[in-house]
Design a protein around this ligand. Structure first.
Ligand SMILES: [Zn+2]
Length: 342
């Protein structure tokens, strides 16, 4: 099959479109023919390499896959060859206390498709049977590939971790990012007021179309002052923080007394400075979030099926142009998801 791999860590130039041996499924695995695979920031970290994270080389990235079932084991009854599917990106043991209590993202053996194991920047990918989810028929392959990882992440952040309530003010940083477009929509489903930040007018208008009640241009306006103005000095009850170092200090100052900052990703850097005076004076809760439970993804899939959530696709690239696609993501030129098609 054709796939995009990197044999060593580095810039986008290390991504190679090449002939690779077809994946050989192990017991309990199926093979999916990839029709579309979305990019995530994770792909860029994996390519660059991270301390303390072992990425097997050569490596195939890609966590969000939509496609058709190519091969199933003989003893598998519920999944048929040719079925339209998406793949749940979180891989876990399925047997431990965490897995069985719906917190499989806390499983000791948790890993992410395309991160620690080969993913969907390819024509074929092998995945455990239990990660197969029927594709919502109202979505194209490109649309279906565009949502699993970021909507799962945003759902877990807002619903499971922050316990979002109707009428709360939710500050969503970087509205155009995958987590941003997901968090805006999920917060609106829960009848919260959404304040979204973006880097230009066009992205601000797009965020409003998705449901954001207020938008802030983070290059032209002071985010803390703007949030204070919008909320009548109260501050944001929930801050969806996935940017990290570049925004952390302001996220804390924009947070309401008794508010929650829920953090994941840290795309601009993890070594942010926390002014503890704000944390204790305002009784702010800082909540970590990592992916989410598979049951939450099934909830999200249903919401897409019913049209309550909408895919936001920025652009589609050929698989062989994966380097160009990743560059678009690194330049933050996108609004919504960038998707590859073999
Ligand atoms: Zn487990």
């Amino acid at each position: 099959m054709k796939a995009v791999r990197f044999h060593q860590h580095g810039g986008t130039e290390v991504l190679q479109y090449e002939e690779v041996e077809d994946p050989k499924p192990n017991r309990g695995e199926v093979v999916v023919r990839v029709k579309a695979c979305a990019l995530n920031h994770l792909d860029i970290w994996a390519r660059k390499g991270l301390p303390n994270v072992k990425i097997p080389l050569p490596h195939i990235s890609g966590s969000d896959v939509a496609g058709t079932v190519e091969w199933v084991p003989e003893d598998e009854n519920s999944i048929k060859k040719g079925m339209d599917v998406i793949v749940s990106p979180g891989l876990s043991c399925g047997r431990c206390e965490k897995c069985l209590s719906g917190m499989d993202n806390q499983c000791r053996n948790y890993s992410i498709l395309g991160y620690q194991v080969d993913g969907g920047y390819a024509e074929l990918v092998k995945v455990p049977v239990q990660n197969i989810v029927e594709k919502p028929e109202n979505l194209s392959y490109v649309e279906a590939a565009s949502f699993p990882l970021v909507f799962l992440t945003a759902h877990h952040m807002l619903v499971r971790r922050a316990g979002i309530q109707a009428g709360e003010y939710v500050l969503v940083l970087a509205a155009g990012s995958g987590v941003g477009v997901a968090a805006i929509q999920i917060a609106k489903l829960y009848n919260a007021y959404v304040i979204a930040t973006a880097g230009d007018e066009e992205k601000m208008r797009k965020a409003e179309k998705l449901g954001a009640d207020f938008t802030i241009n983070h290059y032209k306006e002071d985010v803390v002052e703007s949030v204070k103005k919008i909320t009548g000095k109260r501050g944001a009850d929930i801050v969806v923080e996935h940017v990290g170092k570049a925004t952390w200090e302001k996220s804390i100052r924009a947070c309401a007394t008794g508010g929650r900052i829920v953090t994941c990703g840290a795309t601009t850097g993890h070594d942010a400075v926390t002014d503890l005076r704000y944390v204790f004076n305002r009784e702010i809760s800082i909540l970590g979030s990592y992916m989410g439970g598979k049951s939450e993804l099934l909830r999200v899939v249903e919401l897409f099926r019913k049209g309550k959530l909408k895919p936001v696709v920025d652009s589609v690239f050929k698989l062989s142009d994966a380097a160009l696609a990743q560059r678009r993501m690194e330049e933050s030129a996108h609004f919504g998801k960038i998707v590859l098609q073999p």
